[in-house]
Design a protein around this ligand. Structure first.
Ligand code: NAP
Length: 266
């Protein structure tokens, strides 16, 4: 079994970001992180993103709202952030509390500022296999990890455990674009251990701590764990894992968004 680590991949993306920044002639792109409530995994992701933006020489500001904010009030606040010309990109931490209509926000967010690929425009590009918008950062991070480790995807049997619109589905489409043969597993998948064991590359995005054990992993398989799980001891991101690369991809999307909005190219 080969397990990949993400820290070196993040460093490589930092070099790309630094290069892209140079062409912005001193302008420093700004990220808005929008959080409703205080879920531990959101707080952990937010801390990681703030640290990463600082480390990459980018600006970031957190906009946090009470968990019981009304739908109308949140939409009005979100509109202000979305229309603020000083903000180049937005990361919305999800899921949002039930009283907020998440689909309205997905339709409202400016696709040019939608760094995590939640708008219909951006997600459609991912499913169409074109590269012009922003894919969800975690899904793209997995591809970056594989490419940076020189793991070819063409023709490979890849199993993805998880079919959420945030990770499993877009990731499966990005893998397909790289010519992998993708099997998407979920809670109704029969003989899931066998399906996973048959894969040359196994990607766990199920949100279940310690779910993938040796019975899921074939000999010489490459395994990527996307999980950030919260147990009784708190949040336990996988050390050096995909999380570090996800925030690096977010930074790259931010600089790309700033360049597009400021007319400095693609
Ligand atoms: P989610 O919305 O809860 O979806 C979990 C998916 O896994 C579902 O499709 C579910 O199947 C499937 N699943 C759950 N238990 C399973 C089991 N025992 N066997 C087979 N399939 C199972 O989670 P998510 O938002 O996609 O997130 C997945 C993981 O990625 C979480 O650990 C999350 O914290 C992590 N994450 C990491 C990052 C990062 O940057 N590293 C970013 C976002 C999320 P059904 O559809 O059948 O229910």
């Amino acid at each position: 079994m080969i397990t990949l680590k993400g820290a070196a991949v993040s460093a490589k993306i930092k070099e790309e970001v630094t290069e892209l920044l140079r062409e912005l002639a001193g302008a420093v792109p700004k990220l808005a992180i929008v959080r409703v409530g205080e879920r531990p995994d959101d707080m952990s992701y937010e801390r990681g993103a703030l640290k990463k933006m600082e480390n990459f020489g980018l600006q970031a500001e957190s906009f946090s709202f009470s968990a019981d904010i009304s739908n109308e009030e949140f939409q009005a606040e979100f509109k202000k952030i979305n229309e603020n010309p000083d903000i180049d990109g937005i990361l919305l931490l999800r899921p949002l509390p039930k009283q907020i209509n998440e689909r309205d926000i997905e339709h409202m967010i400016d696709p040019e500022k939608d760094l995590d690929g939640i708008s219909p425009e951006n997600i459609a590009q991912v499913f169409a296999g074109v590269n012009e918008g922003f894919a969800p950062c975690t899904a793209e991070a997995v591809i970056e990890v594989l490419k940076a480790n020189d793991i070819s995807l063409s023709g490979k049997r890849v199993s993805v455990v998880g079919r959420s619109i945030v990770v499993g589905r877009p990731l499966s489409m990005l893998l397909l674009k790289e010519n992998a043969t993708v099997t998407i597993c979920h809670t109704r998948t029969k003989e899931i251990e066998k399906t996973c064991r048959d894969a040359e590359i196994l990607i766990a995005a199920a949100g279940q701590a310690k779910m993938i054990d040796a019975s899921y992993v074939g000999a010489d398989a490459v395994v990527i764990d996307v999980g950030i799980n919260v147990d009784q001891d708190g949040t336990t991101p996988v050390p050096g894992g995909v999380g570090a690369v996800t925030t690096a991809v977010l930074a790259k999307h931010l600089v790309t968004a700033a360049r597009r909005q400021r007319g400095s190219g693609k």
